[in-house]
Design a binder for this molecule. Structure first.
Ligand SMILES: Cc1ncc(C[n+]2csc(CCOP(=O)(O)OP(=O)(O)O)c2C)c(N)n1
Ligand SMILES: [Mg+2]
Length: 1005
């Protein structure tokens, strides 16, 4: 049966142009295959075929204008049978919906398997204990007869009723200041505790010894002892029992180590035989190869570290988006679901960074049960207590519970269990609740007698509770984070949790075991030099089998290979699949797309005006037709798709949504309707540049973390890029990210109306500071195409560890054809775009980039036609790349004063050309000034230094003095200064163009 294909609802547009016809008569096509591409003045979108069939008639051609309802083609759809497919889709989405409607009890009780009955402790606040008992007995009977789910349901119901009745309920953000998992429900560790204790002691010792040794070499080297000392058990339990390494059979868990706990990881790797004593001795001495980096830096130790975490706050948010990206890869069918987990270690002080907690609601919303945070609450940060007057653990519990996380508090160690059991009145718990962190810290600094007096001494009953204990016994009452049993139970519960992320909030002591030199004191963080007495104390505290002499020499301790400890440690890692951390990549390069995908962009657009953003979006649309590239593209947008004309992607490739789409979108009839789907490809991040950047980093490092090469393209307002999330970009460089960052709406005068906070005139300068960031400011469509294509080739085919920053503009203009042989120059940073030769022989070297190149081109015309001055017009696609080349060549020349002078690329371009350089961009002068040292020609740069403001492009260019008139006048003046021309021409030009000489420099306005 023949069917008509017409233009569907395309939103607010009328009479849009057909820019591509993608089928011909006789073609057999599938449902949803594109028929034509339509382009408005802002965006392009493909019209998909509604059915599978054979094209029998084509009613349009390129250049036609069409509107909603216009006839495009006819298709014979007798080959098609799309109904069953549809049904399958419907069935699965129905099922999903049903599933999501099932009642979820996880927030009611995190311990799924309630085995114990609730027992009443008579509380001092209870006015009617008998009545309370009746309630509790009822609850127990429900648990016993109908199970915990029913009990939870009833409690929920009662609570809802109470809310409805207007009852003011107790604040339930937090639970009492005790462990979340009751002792009876703790999963027991299968490990040999004796051996594990010894291993932990050796790791502690070696970590501290390494730092102390480094500081003997030079106190400049620094390092941390106290942090790892507080976290050793948290890491050890993970290493011995939970964290599975990547190997041929399994993708591996990903562990984000707290940056300054790195010494502990080195110390373990030393026992495992992965690092030598020589390497430990080179901690923080990296200049000659073989040293160990201060913190986790994949750039410096590319086979060891995976995640740069030491800039606080970046680790937690990057890990959240990593966990989400893992689910994305699974839901898109690119990875199999192996139950891999992302573990993230962070300090309690670090949680004050907005990035640390800024995305925790996303983690819950996305049901990231592959994510486990471990917050090491040692109650201290660098200067002092994290919450001296409060309780960081309770505060964090409230935040995470409120966000929908599964919260497991690990506050008290096993030595407290009998005391808590004996606490029949709830007084001990009350005391635990009322003591603030400042006091808790002081107690661990001051010893057992102090704790007896200050903690238990407040209430006679509590004093009595510990009366048979010695001060030393009291001192031994341990915190949960130092108790391997409690930590094991929490990790075990976290692994079982389904449907939400888990946070383990563990209480520890900063500088645990360091004694007077640094246990729980405000200066612990800075402690890196232990003297002999301190070291002897530390050895004794953990029973490290070293003689006094060995301690004095700060020797490392490593038992021999056949010792029970080393065998055990290795065996545990063998069982868990290998060593951690370890960085590797088994990913396959992506075959670069054929030339013809980009060929169109090399031609002139004729009369047709378009922006480079549109060019880029068109290019991505084309790439989505390439079978190798298409599945690997990850478009990432922080709520700006419509700004950039990318809304066509919504329907075409779908927006990733782990629960699919539970609603019919308002615009479902339209071609670019808002389509959310479980297999969606677009990461529509909402308004979070930090989040979007974290997604980009996850995708850009998927080649190592997931062994699959992905091509992330994150497109954002350029002003909200490097300026906003520059530290992430730095971390991306460290992590050896590969992918595209697109700074759209770039240029201080090009994003006209938006004003000061939006107009970017410096992102390229910021980008230039990252060594492995390759950046370009292209003007024309062919430049964009050549650059993007090379980016794909270098990063994703040749696997170079660089990432690309490309600016794109929103100004529409026509694009010329690519000049013959321009490719090399486009990539190196400059090429000759056009030449004006005049009789008078005065010439200038006119350089421009981005949209301001067009002002330069217009100025050259005026200079030639009105002043007889010739120009060589250089399109400078990358001042940044030119500078890199200039610096390198200069250095080589200085190192080889006897050799023939090598020429930089800039010199090669300019050597046979006359006249001063006039460089003009939509960026601050510092951008073009970068290449000043690499040419001997006089150099004048013009740019957009100063705060932006809203106005028309024309007015803004006049204000910043980068319009064609200013370029002409300043050029004439520069020529006068070079004594190539009299000064009258310039003076006349200033008058002619009404240039106000008394206007302040724009940076002062
Ligand atoms: C963004 C950032 N700001 C500051 C620092 C410097 N710094 C390193 S560790 C530290 C204190 C950390 O305290 P906490 O998070 O509680 O970790 P702890 O050492 O107590 O485990 C600070 C301020 C940093 N690394 N990153
Ligand atoms: Mg801390």
């Amino acid at each position: 049966m023949s069917q008509i294909i017409s233009v569907p609802d395309i939103g607010d547009f009328d009479s849009v142009e057909i820019i591509e016809v993608l089928v011909k008569v006789g073609d057999l096509i599938n449902k949803d295959d594109p028929i034509v591409t339509l382009e408005s003045d802002k965006s392009s979108v493909e019209v998909p075929s509604p059915v599978t069939g054979k094209i029998t008639e084509l009613n349009i051609k390129i250049g036609d204008k069409v509107s909603k309802g216009s006839l495009l083609a006819k298709i014979e759809d007798e080959l098609a049978n799309t109904e069953p497919e549809k049904k399958i889709e419907e069935n699965s989405s129905l099922k999903e919906e049903k599933k999501s409607k099932e009642i979820n009890f996880k927030n009611v009780n995190t311990i799924q398997d309630v085995q114990k009955k609730i027992t009443q402790t008579s509380s001092v606040d209870d006015i009617d204990p008998l009545e309370t008992n009746e309630w509790i007995e009822s609850l127990n009977s429900v648990i016993e007869n109908d199970g915990p789910s029913r009990a939870s349901y009833l409690l929920n119901k009662v609570v809802s009723e109470a809310y409805t009745a207007g009852l003011i309920l107790p604040d339930t953000r937090t639970t009492p200041y005790i462990n979340t998992i009751p002792t009876e429900l703790e999963a027991k560790s299968p490990g040999d505790q004796n051996i594990e204790k010894k291993i932990r002691a050796y790791i502690r010792w070696n970590a501290a010894a390494m730092v102390v040794r480094a500081n003997k070499i030079s106190s400049e080297l620094g390092g941390h002892i106290g942090t790892f000392a507080s976290a050793a058990t948290l890491y050890d339990v993970g290493m011995n029992h939970f964290w599975r390494a990547k190997n041929k059979k399994f993708g591996g868990d990903l562990i984000y180590f707290q940056g300054h706990s790195a010494p502990g990881m080195y110390a373990r790797a030393f026992l495992e035989g992965r690092l030598s004593e020589k390497q430990l001795n080179r901690f923080r001495q990296e200049v000659d190869s073989g040293g160990l980096s201060s913190y986790p830096h994949p750039w410096l130790m590319p086979k060891f570290w995976q995640f740069p975490t030491v800039s606080m706050g970046l680790g937690p948010i990057m890990a959240i988006y990593q966990a989400r990206f893992l689910k994305y890869l699974i839901n898109r069918g690119l990875l199999k679901d192996e139950g891999r987990k992302i573990w993230v270690f962070l300090g309690d002080g670090e949680t004050d960074e907005p990035e640390s907690l800024g995305a925790i609601s996303l983690a819950a919303r996305e049901k990231l049960d592959n994510l486990i945070f471990v917050v090491n609450c040692n109650l201290q940060r660098l200067d002092g207590p994290v919450r001296g007057n409060g309780k960081i653990i309770q505060e964090l519990e409230g935040s995470f519970r409120g966000a929908g996380w599964n919260v497991l508090k690990v506050i008290w160690g096993s030595y407290w269990d009998p005391l808590l059991k004996a606490d029949k009145t709830g007084l001990l718990m009350k005391r635990m609740n009322e003591v603030v962190d400042g006091e808790y810290q002081a107690m661990k600094a001051k010893g057992g007698a102090y704790v007896r007096e200050k903690f238990f001494g407040k209430y006679p009953e509590l004093k009595a509770l510990v009366s048979s204990m010695t001060d030393n016994d009291i001192w031994k009452l341990n915190r949960g984070g130092h108790d391997p049993h409690k930590v094991y139970a929490a990790y075990h519960a976290a692994m079982q949790n389904v449907g939400s992320p888990t946070v383990i909030i563990a209480k520890t002591v900063k500088g645990y075991g360091m004694g007077k030199s640094g246990e729980s004191i405000n200066t612990t963080h800075q402690q890196k030099k232990l003297d002999e007495q301190d070291l002897l104390y530390y050895r004794d505290r953990f029973n490290v089998p070293l003689t006094d002499e060995q301690v004095k020499n700060i020797e490392y301790y490593k038992p021999n290979e056949n010792s029970a400890e080393i065998k055990y440690l290795k065996e545990r890692r063998k069982q868990l699949g290998g060593f951690i951390p370890e960085r590797s990549s088994l990913s396959q390069p992506i075959k670069a797309p054929p030339k013809d995908i980009f060929e169109n962009f090399m031609n002139s657009t004729g009369e047709k005006e378009m922006s480079t953003t549109m060019v880029l979006v068109r290019m991505l649309t084309n790439l989505l037709r390439d079978k190798n590239v298409a599945p690997r593209l990850v478009p990432i947008i922080p709520d700006e798709a419509r700004t950039f004309g990318m809304e066509g992607f919504f329907r075409k490739i779908g927006i990733y949504a782990h629960e699919g789409q539970k609603y019919e979108p308002e615009d479902s009839e339209q071609l670019s309707s808002y389509k959310e789907t479980k297999s969606g490809q677009v990461l529509e991040e909402g308004i979070t540049e930090a989040g979007a950047m974290s997604s980009w980093i996850a995708a850009a490092t998927a080649y190592t973390n997931h062994d699959i090469e992905m091509i992330p393209v994150y497109i954002f307002y350029s002003m909200f890029g490097f300026q906003r999330v520059g530290d992430f970009a730095w971390a991306a460089g460290d992590a050896q990210a590969r992918g595209f960052l697109i700074g759209a709406t770039a240029g201080r005068t090009t994003l006209a109306g938006e004003g000061l906070q939006h107009q970017d005139g410096h992102s390229h300068v910021l980008a230039s500071m990252i060594p492995n960031c390759v950046s370009y400011d292209p003007t024309f469509s062919y430049e964009m195409a050549v650059i993007f294509r090379e980016g794909l080739r270098r990063m994703h085919e040749k696997n170079e560890n660089v990432f690309y920053y490309i600016t794109a503009m929103n100004e529409n203009y026509t694009h010329p054809e690519k000049p013959e042989g321009a490719d090399e120059g486009i990539l190196k940073g400059m090429y000759l775009f056009r030449e004006y030769k005049n009789k008078e022989k005065i010439k200038i070297q006119l350089m421009g980039s981005g949209t301001i190149l067009r002002e330069a081109i217009a100025a050259a015309k005026i200079l030639s036609e009105e002043y007889g001055i010739g120009s060589d017009i250089w399109s400078v696609t990358s001042f940044n790349e030119l500078r890199k080349d200039g610096m390198e060549v200069e250095r080589r020349n200085l190192l080889n004063p006897n050799s023939k002078k090598e020429k930089s690329y800039i010199e090669k371009c300019l050597e046979k050309r006359d006249g001063p350089v006039i460089a003009v961009t939509d960026y601050v002068r510092a951008f073009s000034d970068q290449i000043r040292p690499y040419t001997e020609k006089p150099f004048y740069s013009f740019g957009t230094d100063g705060f932006g403001r809203s106005d028309t492009r024309k007015n803004l260019r006049k204000f910043f003095e980068v319009d064609k008139e200013h370029i002409v006048a300043y050029t004439l003046s520069a020529l006068a200064k070079e004594q190539l021309l009299g000064s009258d021409s310039a003076e006349k030009a200033f008058k002619k163009y009404n240039i106000d000489k008394n206007k302040e420099f724009p940076t002062k306005l």
